[in-house]
Design a protein around this ligand. Sequence first.
Ligand code: ADP
Ligand code: ASP
Ligand code: MG
Length: 406
Amino acid sequence: MGGIFIALIVQKFGGSSVANAERLRNVAQIVSDTYRAGSDVVVVVSAQGDTTDDLIAKAAEIAVKPPKREMDMLLAAGEEISISLLAMAINEAGIPAVSLLGWQAGFQTDSKYGAARIKSIQTDRVHLELSRKHVVIVAGFQGLCKYDDITTLGRGGSDTSAVALAAALHADKCQIFTDVDGVYTADPRKIEGAKKLSAITYDEMLELATLGAQVLNNRSVEMAKKYRVELEVLSSLAGGKVPGTIVKEVVMEKMLVRGVTKDTDTARISVIGVSDVPGVAYQIFSKLAAKGINVDIILQSIGRNGTKDISFTVGIGHANEAKEILGKLDILTNLDVVLDTNVAKVSVVGAGMETHPGTASKMFEALYSEDINIQMIATSEIKISVLIKADAADRAVSAVHRAFFS
Ligand code: ADP
Ligand code: ASP
Ligand code: MG
């Protein structure tokens, strides 16, 4: 006969779930219930409510471009508040809990301040606390780099902290508690008739998250897929009693479209009349890549009279820098580099479209019915994205969602 099996569960709670004393007590209740049911529990938390935004606003009062290192030092403070308060709330509920900052929990990252990547997690301290029968509360979104500086993982990074920790601890479960009770076919706060999904594949969730669905950070999904961490997204307000959405490798029921999403965090750059000779695209995109600028949809016109046009999209945060880089390229001298930030990307995602023709035409018909013009189109096996005017984005998502789900 073997010993008693004790499950290890990682539970992550987002900012709204820990926003005030009442919410913290609610989370303490969920964690206590899990602990009393006999599991080891590791909890990852975000900063309370709008704390991170408020800290960013404070920095803006002092400096236009604060040093990134100091920004990380500042932002990491948000999670320090929530972990300690939650540990107190759990202790109040009669269960021993200990809070740990990212570095105490062994999170080692690279030194890209503001967008650090987790390199490894030394789990000794967490294991030690678990062996003492403590609930371990870990600050999400932060780690330590090789210079012994605090780093942060980028907005929404606590999801990634939770999944990484679940992978490092070989946890039996990773539950992501948030303010909605699962992943929906579109943002349930904005789109009428959005439906809750019982399950979604890693690949579909990765596309949705990358294309604008905020509910999970895309890097957390990437990591979950890589280390086969099964995720459950569920509501903290329902006390963990309503089943949420499972994110996993294979979902039996293949849906033509699993979800519709929009991304307004995008900009389009166009260069008109570049020479139609080999190497132009290479010169443009290698310069952008060298600066770490990610390019998304690329469109090149056919050559006519020795020239062609090239347009592409970048994240809005990189738009000005990208434009400047192109402005300095010899091959583009005397050409207009046009930047348009008034655009949005609307996407449909679903593994089923791979085997079913007609998804694109259905999406385009829905846009046409709303008189919305498509500027660019990009497809992969499981997604179709279109670039449209930003002010039409909500209308577009509603129309496309209706076409597939009503
Ligand atoms: P947390 O603070 O818990 O990390 P977030 O605000 O980051 O929560 O993510 C949850 C939000 O994601 C929801 O309130 C919802 O408005 C939004 N959201 C966007 N798209 C979707 C979707 N397809 N399904 C569920 N929620 C979505
Ligand atoms: N507090 C951080 C943010 O607001 C991290 C997170 O919430 O996941 O982005
Ligand atoms: Mg989040």
